[in-house]
Unconditional design. Structure first.
Length: 138
């Protein structure tokens, strides 16, 4: 995978006088079955979350409130994506290192995941991730 494989998906809200409603269904608006949902909130502005990559898990990140940045890294190249709209999701495929930073005061990150939690799926050390990511490109 490369950082170019991560992409923004537009979610189509239903809008009327009562407000906006955004529906997300697994294998519909996102290209995977959703097996886990979690969210990050009250993250101090100067803190960084993430700091890992996944072997098989796919994720979609949504800024349901406020804003934050996602720094993606494929072992050779880095890309920064700013999320600030609840009707957009950042699709992150496997084998991309991610760091979440620059959370706004009211920033909330909703995460939709393709797999249940499995510690064995994580790369927690950047150097180990980078070695495997570069080896898989040969």
């Amino acid at each position: 995978m490369s950082v170019a494989d991560a992409r923004i998906l537009e979610l189509k809200p239903i809008v009327d006088a009562r407000g906006h409603l955004c529906v997300i269904e697994g294998a519909q608006q996102v290209p995977f079955e959703i097996k886990r949902v979690y969210y990050l909130y009250d993250v101090p502005t100067n803190s960084t979350r993430g700091g890992h990559a996944h072997r098989k898990l796919h994720q979609m990140l949504i800024a349901v409130s406020g804003r934050f940045d996602v720094v993606l890294d494929d072992g050779r190249e880095r890309r920064r994506v700013s999320l600030s709209r609840p009707d957009q999701g950042l699709l992150i495929p496997t084998m991309l290192w991610r760091e979440l930073e620059r959370f706004s005061y009211n920033g909330i990150c909703l995460v939709l995941a393709s797999e249940h939690y499995d510690e064995a799926d994580y790369f927690r050390e950047y150097e180990a991730f980078q070695r495997e990511a570069l080896a898989n490109r040969r």
